[in-house]
Design a protein around this ligand. Structure first.
Ligand SMILES: [Ca+2]
Length: 531
């Protein structure tokens, strides 16, 4: 049975989803050859992995995991101090867990961030720096987070966007016990609901939509319904479960049922805190991916009038409240099924988002607004509830944290650090830095792979430091330093200012020591992966 499911899933590797931007003849031929190699690896795993034998020997009492991914959500949430947003359900979850105020993604774009989290490895190890590459190309035998749970007797399901939303990188059959639902949803009919937008062409129609429709008119409502049914089924199944639920809002386009738009008066949503690019920032740092500019109501020159900016910001808030309501339904079902007390709940965003601040839109950069993510964790038995932690944590830490929270053995090769101790002691001293990165091509705003230039960023308690390096020579071609004590919007690059010379040097040392050097005292030793 399991073998059958895997075979079915494997067809997903061969372009069963959208055509994607990687469907050239050359890349397809390359893909097919490694797909064949992967089939061999997967067959080996089916026959010999602990998952094939351990299902019957599950220790009793292991907590379940409800793993909620929210696409492109920056910490616009009541529990993060936003006074306008309406997010009672996520705020309620925060009251029963820990809110990580300083959590950072490893690369501020969907697939590289998610694949880093799901493999517990950083982008230079997964070699996933773009939207077209699958992590099993560089790491064919890697045990993903859900796969590790599966090997310990968990029933693992994926509903919605967990890996990536389209093409081969959306699929990883070894991770799941059942075929995922709604992992690819590139149909305009589930993205838009108004007559005008449904008449349009392509995936990018208008950038916002307010429609008088029920929650289930859009893909996220469908994902929620499927997840509710899955929870009921998993309860009946009696095994510990790992249920991953991935919501696609507030990713563009900002489409949500009208009742969520009506929660806000547009004029009361704060205007963007900054409009211009940061002073003294290198050009390479400021290049936009032009994600927003492709929509029918957005001018191609990127000059968005103030009214449209306000509409986009309103739309983002509406989408956040829409997803919050869906999260509330999941939590309610968990309660009604009597599962809450034995379920670890983890809610995370894959990266942040610029809503016009710093003259930038969307993600794909190394700034605070694009790299900082919401992260809330609620674990049965944790000593401190409803506390915020200011500790620097990273999405790559989630894998070991969930493993420790559920009492499973820690696999080798992970590049994050379990922050389970922060749930009991949120104020304890922790990492000296969080690490992010973003690639750039010498010219243009799109890149492939590691590309020509890599921007390596660190966030320390007070500063953000970035080194832009030529990939081949590793030569530093530009530096940025922002002082959040003086400049929380990151509007002034002080890397060249004499008074910051010592701080610049100190950050260069932290960068050189890398993530291993930034780990907290007393953290478990890093166990390298088997050769
Ligand atoms: Ca995303």
């Amino acid at each position: 049975m399991e073998m059958l499911l895997w075979k079915e899933g494997l067809t997903g590797f061969d372009g069963a989803g959208d055509a994607g931007s990687n469907s050239t003849g050359r890349s397809r031929a390359g893909k097919n050859s490694w797909v064949r190699a992967m089939v061999g690896v997967f067959s080996f795993l089916v026959l010999f992995s602990p998952a094939a034998v351990s299902d019957a020997a599950t220790p009793p009492g292991r907590p379940n995991v409800l793993f909620i991914a929210i696409d492109d959500l920056r910490p616009v949430l009541g529990c993060y101090g936003d006074e306008i947003v309406v997010t009672p359900n996520i705020d309620g979850l925060a009251a029963q867990g820990t809110v990580f105020q300083r959590a950072y993604c490893q690369q501020a774009v969907c697939s590289p961030s998610r694949m880093s989290l799901m493999t517990g490895r950083r982008p230079d190890t997964t070699e996933v720096w773009d939207l077209a590459t699958h992590f099993r190309k560089a790491l064919p035998g890697v045990i993903t987070l859900p796969q590790h749970f599966k090997a310990h007797g968990y029933h693992c399901r994926s509903i919605g966007k967990i890996y990536h939303g389209g093409g081969a990188p959306a699929k990883d059959p070894p991770s799941w016990s059942e075929k995922p639902l709604y992992d690819i949803a590139r149909d305009a009919k589930v993205r838009y609901a108004t007559v005008e937008n449904l008449r349009g062409e392509g995936l990018k129609r208008s950038a916002t939509e307010s429609a008088d429709v029920p929650d289930g008119a859009y893909i996220d409502g469908m994902v929620c319904e499927a997840a509710l049914a899955a929870l009921t089924g998993l309860k009946k199944g009696g095994k510990p479960f790992f249920l991953a639920v991935g919501f696609r809002k507030p990713h563009l386009p900002f489409c949500a049922p009208r009742k969520y738009w009506d929660l806000y008066e547009r004029a009361k949503i704060a205007p963007r805190a900054s409009v211009e690019h940061p002073r003294g920032a290198p050009e390479v740092a400021l290049r936009s991916w032009k994600e927003l500019e492709g929509y029918s109501d957005i001018p191609n020159d990127g000059r968005i009038r103030d009214g449209k900016v306000a509409e986009l910001r309103h739309g983002y808030y509406a989408c956040v409240s829409y997803v919050d309501a869906l999260v509330g339904r999941l939590l309610e079902r968990l309660d009604n099924l009597g599962l809450r007390e034995n379920t670890v709940i983890c809610l995370w965003g894959d990266h942040g988002f610029h809503l016009g601040e710093q003259g930038l839109w969307a993600k794909a950069n190394n700034y605070e607004l694009s790299t900082r993510v919401p992260l809330i964790l609620s674990v049965p038995g944790q000593k401190k509830l409803g506390k915020a932690s200011e500790a620097l944590v990273e999405l790559v830490d989630l894998y070991p944290t969930l493993v420790e929270a559920c009492g499973l053995g820690m696999p080798q090769g992970l590049e994050g650090t379990s922050f389970r101790p922060l749930l009991d002691e949120p104020g304890r001293s922790w990492k000296t830095a969080a690490f992010s990165q973003y690639p750039r091509a010498f010219e243009g705003n799109r890149h492939r792979g590691h590309s020509d230039i890599m921007g390596y960023a660190i966030r320390t308690p007070r500063h953000r430091y970035v080194e832009w390096r030529e990939w081949q020579t590793r030569k530093v071609i530009a530096r940025e330093l922002y002082d959040h004590g003086e400049d929380p919007e990151e509007m002034r690059n002080v890397a060249g200012e004499r008074s910051y010379a010592e701080i610049l040097r100190w950050h260069g040392d932290i960068m050189a020591a890398g993530w291993r050097g930034a780990r907290p005292e007393g953290a478990d030793p890093v166990v390298p992966d088997a050769p």
